[in-house]
Design a binder for this molecule. Structure first.
Ligand code: NAP
Length: 306
């Protein structure tokens, strides 16, 4: 019997993963926030619409709420970093003794919080360059084809479910160095996203602020080394410049969150970096100043800073 993929969170990435797993014929259950959300989903026909290369496909996926009684052996956690710990805590009574959790959250911090809440479960961390957005409820646009790195910092052995991803056409690779990849992505994010918010510009707008970017990259490189991640620091500045150029026309995810009045994942990105610097007594004055300016900006916009 194939193991059911429970997918927590029917947002952008959760819907993208659930639709691809389900259309490959694998058993999938969406876990929705509450009974009204479940009722809305069922009224919509209990299906996700996936729009890919302009072509839309309706994929039926069954759904349930957190307090359903079905045991969970495999859980894809697809909510925002700030929701992950509590969302998994709500499901603890349903997790089997050999449960496997796959954590899609950006940044760092939420993965350890989830792993501490569910110590019996094997937790796989993911770092993805795929991009998706929710056009409306239950309808997701696959906007950027990419790649997902997966790994378990406590156990380098690949899990048994990787063939399911292959069967579903989800490009991925297992890596023993997932923390290096997550740290690298966090550093890229810290060097680009907060500045796009503060200068209210697309990524390419940072080409007008080369000194600010270079100073941040230098401090981030030192921080990565202090945190035992020297490989994540290699050629950081040139990669940041390359990303700024390659994505010049895009608004960063943090810029999009702020301009649409949504809560950001600041605590798991810049906030995590600044807290790590303090823990390791690593001097990063410009990074701390950046955090202060960003927090002030969020407060001025009436947005949460945690
Ligand atoms: P999203 O579109 O906001 O989706 C999050 C979903 O989680 C929402 O549908 C929300 O439900 C649901 N949720 C939250 N708490 C829940 C709970 N207790 N029970 C059930 N559902 C719950 O977010 P996203 O863009 O998919 O991002 C998810 C993570 O992936 C983030 O850490 C993000 O940084 C990362 N990521 C995203 C992308 C991307 O392209 N989107 C790419 C790479 C990484 P409601 O709908 O009811 O609010």
């Amino acid at each position: 019997m194939p193991v059911t993929w429970h997918v927590l969170g029917a947002g952008s990435l959760g819907s993208l993963w659930a639709a691809r797993l389900a259309r490959a014929g694998l058993p999938v259950r969406l876990i929705l926030r509450d009974a009204p959300r479940l009722a809305a989903y069922e009224t919509n026909g209990a299906a996700i619409t996936l729009v890919e290369h302009g072509v839309e496909q309706r994929v039926p996926v069954s759904a349930q709420v957190a307090d359903d009684i079905e045991p969970i052996k495999r859980l894809l956690v697809a909510c925002k970093a700030y929701d992950a710990e509590q969302a998994v805590a709500n499901l603890l009574p349903r997790l089997s003794a050999d449960a496997e959790l796959i954590l899609l959250q950006n940044g760092l911090g939420s993965q350890d919080a989830v792993a501490a809440r569910a110590p019996q479960a094997r937790c796989t961390f993911a770092s993805s360059t795929e991009g998706a957005f929710r056009e409306q409820d239950w309808r997701v646009v696959f906007a950027g084809h990419g790649f997902t790195w997966l790994g378990d910092p406590r156990n380098p052995m690949p899990p048994s479910w990787l063939p399911d991803l292959h069967a579903s056409g989800i490009p991925h690779q297992w890596t023993p160095d997932i923390l290096t990849r997550l740290w690298r992505k966090l550093a890229l994010n810290c060097a680009i996203n907060p500045l796009t918010v503060l200068h209210d510009c697309r990524n390419g707008g940072l080409q007008q602020h080369p000194c600010e970017v270079a100073t941040l990259c230098s401090e981030l490189g030192e921080l990565l080394t202090c945190c035992g991640q020297p490989e994540a620091a290699l050629e950081l500045h040139s990669e940041v410049e390359r990303v700024i150029q390659a994505t010049a026309a895009n608004y960063s995810s943090m810029h999009q969150d702020v301009s649409q009045g949504r809560r950001t994942e600041i605590s798991y990105l810049l906030g995590y970096a600044c807290a790590a610097a303090q823990r390791h007594r690593c001097a990063v004055p410009h990074l701390i100043q950046l955090q202060k300016r960003l927090v002030e900006h969020l407060v001025a916009q009436g947005l949460r800073i945690d």
